[in-house]
Design a protein. Structure first.
Length: 402
């Protein structure tokens, strides 16, 4: 509940969030605190903030107060790509205040992405540049023509936009690389090394095969769709973690969920968690299809990992501090004083809940995270209608049927 503070005293805060459980893994905070916001920044996190000193008071009793979520795998290039949604309306209902668009834009389409998506948005949007110069205009096939893999051009675009571009993206599976094998990933590796940024690699089903892909990964790179059930799955037929991926993970490879419509398997997730291999980052891969379910949004995805036995603190860490570290932005994903005032409030709905992976395998849980308020740059985001889905945004038949 939000109300305006009364009285004529001098106001030190634009907003005070009071009475909630603050959970901020980056700062090591987990307890009952108040949060003061002034000038779009976090002014303080304290045991008590003077309500009379705030122009707006948000009552957060019984709720979880976290940094604004950082979603490491999204597609928000609405209107110019097959996949893109609009970030702001979804942010207002999900608590995601920092969005990393991964590969929607290539060199030819990045200027439009910056001008019409990044600059007008109320939330913070960064990008991984697609090695393919055409980006994700179509559902797939962007690497099938190697003429689109212009490393020199991509490096120029990165160098001119390092405030927005935080890494390189390559989708490597049987559809995107049709007929050209592992060559696009070799070129993406060359590009990432040249510009000194992390490389995110999408996996699914081969060819190329997972061992070919693993050979080109380095510490600090991001393996997204890490719990895919496709032939690139990171476990062997006897459900043991692949030695190559385990060694890379031990050396600093970042395992990212990237749930999406086709990339999260309970079978793989449970096998990995049983072996103590937790995802480093939990991301949504939100797009025109996955927003319809069974992914829906990042809080729903986080709730699936609560149902798998991860703690609330570990789950929040993997959607705030850890993704911020993965993209080398320590200014995100924290409520430290002086940081941008991006804050999310959640209630935990106790009860019987059902969750599904992309094959519509069911798991039950007793907790669901539900966003109640999203604050971006110190201002609450209004709940607004989302644009209608594109005519081609049709779920796979087995998901529609369920």
């Amino acid at each position: 509940m939000e109300r305006e503070a009364a009285g004529g005293r001098a106001r030190r805060y634009d907003t005070a969030i009071v009475g909630g459980r603050v959970l901020d893994p980056a700062s090591g905070l987990d307890g009952r605190y108040d949060v003061g916001i002034a000038g779009g920044k976090i002014a303080c996190v304290a045991s008590e903030v003077d309500r009379a000193a705030a122009a707006r008071v948000v009552e957060a009793a019984g709720q979880i107060v976290t940094p604004g979520l950082v979603d490491l795998h999204t597609h928000v290039y609405w209107g110019a790509t097959y996949w893109g949604i609009e970030a702001d309306p979804v942010a207002a209902r999900s608590g995601v205040t920092a969005w990393l668009d991964v590969g929607s834009a290539g060199a030819y389409s990045f200027p439009g992405f910056r001008r019409f998506i990044v600059e007008p948005s109320r939330v913070t949007i960064y990008a991984l540049l697609n090695l393919s110069s055409i980006g994700l205009t179509a559902p797939t096939w962007e690497f099938a023509n190697l003429d689109y893999c212009d490393v020199d051009l991509a490096a120029q675009i990165v160098d001119g936009n390092r405030d927005v571009i935080l890494g390189i993206k390559a989708r490597i599976d049987s559809l995107t690389t049709r007929g050209v094998g592992i060559r696009p990933l070799q070129l993406a590796r060359e590009l990432a090394d040249r510009v000194g940024l992390p490389l995110m690699v999408h996996i699914g089903s081969g060819p190329p095969e997972i061992e070919e892909i693993a050979a080109l990964l380095r510490p600090g790179d991001i393996l997204t769709h890490c719990f895919t059930g496709g032939t690139h799955r990171i476990m062997t037929p006897d459900k043991r973690a692949r030695a190559s991926v385990r060694a890379l993970h031990d050396s600093g490879l970042i395992l990212d969920i990237g749930h999406g419509t086709g990339s999260f398997s309970y079978e793989v997730a449970e096998a990995m968690l049983d072996q103590g291999i937790l995802p480093d980052v939990i991301s949504s891969d939100i797009h025109q299809l996955s927003v319809q379910g069974p992914m829906f949004d990042l809080p729903t995805t986080l709730s699936k990992f609560l149902s798998l036995g991860m703690s609330l603190s570990d789950v929040v860490d993997r959607a705030t501090a850890r993704p911020a570290a993965a993209i080398r932005r320590p200014d995100l994903g924290s409520l430290r004083p002086g940081s941008r005032a991006d804050v999310a409030l959640f209630r935990i709905e106790e009860g019987e809940h059902e969750f599904f992976d992309v094959e519509m395998t069911r798991r039950r849980g007793n907790r669901r995270l539900v966003n109640t308020l999203t604050i971006a740059g110190g201002e609450p985001l209004p709940r607004t209608s989302e644009r209608p889905l594109q005519v081609w945004a049709v779920l796979p038949e087995h998901q529609r049927r369920s």
